[in-house]
Design a protein. Structure first.
Lengths: 792, 202
């Protein structure tokens, strides 16, 4: 045994370079003779561009070229495409207004790209940008979704009422019938707060064009280089794949925000050919705030129908989702198929109907951010169920247990399209209650009360759908791509291995986890395995990393390629050891002939494959190098239970998250330490959304929370020491029986935190608080309660 | 943002008026002001460089005068463009009142900022704008009272007015025009001061 296979908590090999300052990020890359770009951006949320005078700027020192939307249009450059088509209730397709990489005629959000200045230095480009005179005709901005739907001001002239689409899912009639029979109806109105992703590394790109070969190369901060090649090459710039190389080197965090094809990628690639020098661009932190796609931003009204015993009868949901000024790559799929399809949650609710309207506003596009639709869904369900328990006077645990899908009901077909393949929510729930010492909470509450603090406990039980996605299903639902994954496993002559994966590692630990898969498969130590990713000239193909898909979809592709290698190696071994291939066994890195003491090591076979002196050359080719593609049969359905405890200082409203317990079912765990780290990171972001983070635009569309002075990220002292455990239920529809883990922390945790805060404030009569539940908001709720009680 | 206040200047209304007619005094009074130029009877441009914290921006402000009720009050509105730093636009209602030996300036400013100014500075704008207005008035009062002392000593009584009369406007030869010019210039200073002080956030 190698000790480095599945289940081993080996240290992350990539951390050696990340933690010693030896990562190779896009901004670390320089090219001889490179120029630098500065993107001139709109300071207005909504304005016509009446003219752009670049004459002064062009004469500035060091300026090579200044290009605008008119130049792009003249070259026939296309708009940025949306990757998922949604249909309206009436079957018509969604509104897909043009999204030119450089604005043409009109700017639609603060930060919209107006011109690119290319100069010898970054400072020169920036200084020259100051000299560009843009004649803006300022228009009223629409920022709130309600104002947008009124349609008085149109973000896109060809989109009435700023409505991108009006979509539905589920059985409306069945839900109406359920409500007609209900003993209780519980209603809730919620805002899922808009978030700014804040990857540690800002977006960056460096583009090159070789006139002698017609070859374009773009290094960029993306989670999915092949997707960028496809979108930018085929839709925007019309560059065939064989002339376009996309490289995503080390990427310093993405959380979804680096999935999308951004305008700057197309602008730089196009401009590199025009100026014939490499062009480098790195976003400032301010640009990241203003132009990275934001996350969440839902307003929802939901109603739950229950019978007299508390059994859920029906759920209806009406959601408005902000898509910003333009449709980002997956902006249409996040509030629909990644959201409403999960509305059954872990419950047996028999009838569900959801309506989702998406709305254009004069804000930056909104798209996937860690969890992408599923946190919004889980927040809705778990706030609603908690409220229902209070409203009908039932224990929130008992109400959940009463309605949970039982283990013997799997595979479980929900009324909202998904079929859960396996799971055991009651088991993870029980484990979490025990680990959190739920039974002892009242004692802790009493102790806190003595100390002058309000203590509360909150629960969230969840299931999510990830491992995106079965291509046929995704295609039927409107995806414009297949969502399989590929792997090439190249065994070198002396038996070490390089794996080329189409997923992308930007902090998830793939270089370690995937090596463990190969270690397990070939019986060789993980340090004999290199994982290569991110370069479209090296990796055969791939759909990248998002939606907790890399292990669940990319892992089986690696496994399939490994199995092909083993099959071929057995034939080589059979030839050399003069046995029948059916008698060759492979275990612990050794090929043996059954019933004999003949054996060959893995490395001996690989050497034979590349030095085929004694080789079945008429039967099989030399070499040991296999490709595989894997298309998942279903999503993977991680789930679990999160329990949060908070203490609130009634004098200041300060919320102290004093305890957090998460028991998650992520199926088979390959590296427990990495899984724990993933859950920690997700929980931090979930607590951040619940208590600290909130994106604010003013009524003119100016971004007010545009720096770390005004946008609060969670820090170590905002978080407790997490109690994290996994409790895997096997049976996931993939050969590894793994489920995604990257997003569960961010999906399950926000409602647990807010439910805990509301539990703490319940004695004061506080029934609602919106995220982020900042100290000020909590303090205000306490003050309002005091006023209310004084009046009574 | 909105901001209002009043400021007493220990100089006669006549002297304050004269000082307000003096582009040089305004230039000295507006922090970071490099240039004030009259573009018509009722419009002006000014250039101000301002720096706060790590960010520095050169601001070009254009100011328009309306609702002129010389010498009691005016509405002045303007827009300052700070290039990549964004923009600031707004206006001020200004009143001049005699107050004993001195003059009381009352102002109400409303303004909007956009782009990076809003993104980085929105939270700090109120405080900083007040501070900047205060700086402007301090500088202005000092310049005007210094002028008063100087005129008391040696300068001809009409010197400040002459100095302040822009040549093209003087050609019109009308007192009302003169008043407008004077008021416009100083109010432009005020608004540019208020508006431009936002630029410091760029």
């Amino acid at each position: 045994m190698t000790g480095t296979g599945i289940g081993a908590s080996i240290k992350r090999v990539e951390d050696q370079r990340f933690l010693t300052g030896n990562g190779n990020y896009t901004d670390d890359i320089n090219r001889p003779g490179q120029s630098h770009a500065w993107i001139l951006r709109s300071p207005h949320a909504h304005a016509t561009i009446n003219g752009i005078d670049t004459s002064k700027a062009e004469k500035a020192d060091g300026v090579i070229a200044i290009l605008t939307g008119a130049d792009m249009a003249a070259d026939g450059v296309g708009g940025l495409p949306c990757g998922w088509q949604i249909h309206n209730k009436d079957g018509s397709p969604m509104a897909e207004p043009a999204h030119p990489p450089l604005a043409v005629g009109k700017v639609r959000h603060v930060g919209d790209q107006v011109a690119i200045v290319i100069a010898e230095t970054r400072d020169a480009a920036r200084d020259a940008a100051e000299l560009i005179e843009v004649d803006y005709g300022v228009l009223p901005a629409v920022v709130s979704m309600d104002a947008a739907l009124d349609g008085g001001t149109l973000v896109h002239d060809d989109v009435p009422n700023n409505r991108c689409f009006d979509w539905e899912l589920g059985e409306k009639d069945a839900v109406e019938a359920a409500f007609a029979d209900a003993a209780h109806v519980v209603a809730i109105d919620l805002v899922n707060n808009r978030l700014i992703p804040n990857a540690m590394e800002p977006r960056a790109a460096i583009s090159e064009y070789d006139r002698s070969t017609g070859q374009y190369t773009l290094h960029t901060t993306t989670q999915n280089p092949h997707v960028i090649r496809l979108l930018m090459g085929a839709f925007v710039l019309q560059i065939p794949e064989h002339k376009l190389r996309i490289v995503a080197p080390d990427v310093g965090g993405g959380f979804g925000s680096k999935i999308f094809h951004y305008a700057e990628e197309a602008i730089l690639t196009w401009a590199a050919a025009k100026v014939n020098v490499p062009i480098k661009w790195t976003a400032e932190r301010s640009e990241s705030f203003a132009t990275d796609a934001h996350g969440r931003d839902h307003e929802t009204h939901a109603e739950l129908a229950l019978d007299k015993d508390g059994k859920f009868l029906g759920l209806r949901v009406a959601t408005k989702a902000n898509v910003g000024a333009y449709l980002s790559t997956f902006g249409s799929s996040v509030p629909t198929y990644l959201y409403a399809t999960l509305l059954a949650g872990v419950y047996t609710t028999p009838a569900i109907y959801a309506e989702v309207q998406t709305v254009f506003t004069n804000t930056v596009p909104v798209d996937a951010y860690r969890g992408a639709g599923r946190p919004e869904c889980t927040y809705l369900l778990e706030r609603l169920v908690t409220k229902a328990a209070r409203q009908i006077g039932m224990d929130p645990i008992e109400l959940r247990k009463l309605n949970m899908i039982q283990p013997d009901q799997y595979p479980y077909q929900t009324p909202v399209a998904l079929q859960y393949d396996c799971g055991d929510s009651p088991a993870t729930f029980e484990s979490a209650l025990k680990a959190a010492d739920y039974a002892g909470f009242e004692k802790r509450r009493a102790a806190a009360e003595k100390a002058g603090k309000l203590r509360g406990i909150g629960i969230s039980t969840y299931v999510e759908a990830c491992g995106i996605a079965p291509s046929a299903v995704a295609g039927a639902l409107g995806a414009r791509a297949g969502l399989y994954e590929s792997a090439q496993v190249r065994v070198h002559p002396t038996g070490s291995v390089t794996v080329y994966t189409g997923t992308h590692n930007h902090g998830q630990g793939h270089e370690t986890t995937f090596a463990q898969l190969v270690s397990e498969s070939f019986g060789i130590p993980a340090d004999q395995v290199e994982i290569s990713h991110g370069d479209t000239d090296q990796v055969q193909f791939g759909m990248g990393t998002y939606g907790s898909r890399s292990l669940a979809v990319g892992g089986p592709a690696i496994l399939k390629a490994c199995n092909k290698i083993i099959d071929k190696a057995k034939k080589i071994a059979a030839h050399i050891m003069e046995a029948d291939v059916s008698d060759i066994e492979f275990a612990d890195g050794k090929f043996t002939v059954a019933g004999t003491d003949k054996e060959m090591a893995f490395g001996e076979i690989s050497l034979a494959a590349y030095v085929p002196h004694n080789y079945p050359i008429e039967e099989i080719e030399p070499g040991l190098d296999e490709n595989a593609f894997y298309d998942p049969l279903n999503f993977s359905f991680p789930g679990g239970a999160h329990i949060c405890e908070v203490e609130i200082d009634p004098e200041t409203g300060d919320v102290d998250v004093v305890g957090f317990t998460a028991v998650d079912d992520v199926g088979r765990v390959v590296n427990p330490m990495i899984v724990e780290g993933q859950v920690h990171g997700g929980l931090a972001q979930g607590v951040g959304q619940a208590t600290l983070e909130g994106c604010v635009y003013d009524e003119d569309g100016q971004l007010l929370s545009g720096s770390y002075m005004d946008y609060t990220m969670p820090r170590a002292d905002d978080l407790p020491s997490f109690s994290v455990a996994t409790q895997g239920v096997m049976g996931a529809s993939n050969p590894l029986e793994v489920k995604g883990v990257g997003e569960v922390g961010a999906i399950g945790s926000p409602p647990a935190v807010v439910n805990a805060i509301l539990d703490a404030l319940a004695p004061l009569g506080v029934e609602d608080i919106s995220m982020p539940a900042t100290s000020q908001k909590v303090w205000q709720a306490i003050q309002d309660s005091n006023v209310r009680q004084a009046a009574e | 943002m909105e901001m209002s206040g009043e400021y007493k200047i220990d100089a006669s209304r006549e002297k304050v008026w004269a000082g307000l007619n003096d582009p040089e005094i305004l230039k000295q009074s507006i922090p970071g002001c490099e240039e004030i130029e009259q573009t018509s009877d009722t419009s002006f441009t000014a250039q101000v460089t301002a720096k706060v914290g790590p960010v520095k921006a050169k601001f070009s402000g254009a100011v328009e005068l309306t609702d002129i009720d010389a010498p009691n009050g005016y509405r002045i509105s303007g827009e300052g463009k700070g290039g990549a730093a964004g923009f600031a636009k707004g206006g001020a209602n200004v009143k001049l009142e005699e107050d004993g030996d001195g003059t009381l300036l009352k102002y109400e400013v409303d303004a909007q900022v956009g782009g990076k100014l809003a993104q980085l500075g929105a939270r700090l704008i109120d405080g900083t704008a007040k501070k900047m207005a205060s700086q402007f008035f301090d500088n202005f009062a000092e310049a005007v009272t210094a002028g008063e002392a100087a005129s008391g000593d040696a300068a001809p009584a009409d010197a400040p007015a002459q100095a302040a009369t822009p040549a093209p406007a003087a050609a019109s030869g009308q007192v009302t025009a003169m008043s407008q010019v004077g008021a416009g210039t100083w109010v432009s200073g005020l608004v540019v001061a208020a508006v431009v002080l936002y630029a410091i956030f760029g």
